[in-house]
Design a protein around this ligand. Structure first.
Ligand code: S3P
Length: 176
């Protein structure tokens, strides 16, 4: 049976690459019939370029500007789960836009879990040549303060199913 969730705001999923934002977002769509926007996919669609190509030919700064422009555009949507790129919450301007649009949910995972999830993936320029626990842990630590400051609440994903993660998000968002 299809459950539905209808929220008068958006849920912005933030967190490190491989923390499970996209999987949780898909589950929201499949099981709760909620609209989902994948920021990376949206940028790829708009530019007709892959994330790697954008980083390589236009540079990271240009990509970051595209993220901000997209979040601004999304200001009018509601009841939508927005799966944010892992770096999106690093900019105060982006966090402000997210806060205006809804609740910000930080998904976390241990570096070991992240490594397992990204090991065979080559679509993330920032992880090329850094697919080891030490480098992942170092970048994660660098980002942690910004992630935590941005989040309304956080959910640890290690060892949990998508069903459990999404149930926890909805339960916590309701009382938050
Ligand atoms: C990035 C995360 C990626 C993508 C880009 C940069 C980051 O998104 O936006 O490669 O800076 O953490 P995911 O978190 O969906 O992998």
């Amino acid at each position: 049976m299809m459950r539905t969730a209808s929220l008068p705001y958006n849920l912005y999923l933030i967190g490190f690459m491989g923390c499970g934002k996209s999987s949780a977002a898909s589950y929201f769509h499949e099981k709760y019939d909620m609209p989902v926007i994948e920021m990376d996919e949206e940028i790829v669609r708009k530019t007709g370029m892959s994330i790697q190509d954008i980083f390589r030919t236009r540079g990271e700064e240009a990509f970051r500007q595209m993220e901000t422009a997209l979040l601004r555009e999304l200001g009018t949507v509601r009841n939508t789960v927005i799966s944010c790129g892992g770096g999106a919450a690093m900019r105060a301007e982006n966090v402000k836009l997210m806060r205006e649009g809804g609740k910000i949910v930080l998904l976390t995972a241990k570096p070991e879990t992240i490594l397992e999830r990204v090991r065979n993936d080559s679509s993330r320029p920032l992880l090329e040549h850094h697919k080891n626990v030490q480098d992942i842990a170092a970048l994660m630590e660098k980002r942690r303060p910004a992630y935590e400051a941005a989040a309304d609440f956080s959910v640890a994903t290690d060892g949990k199913t998508e069903k459990e993660i999404v149930a926890e998000i909805l339960r916590t968002a309701a009382g938050n």
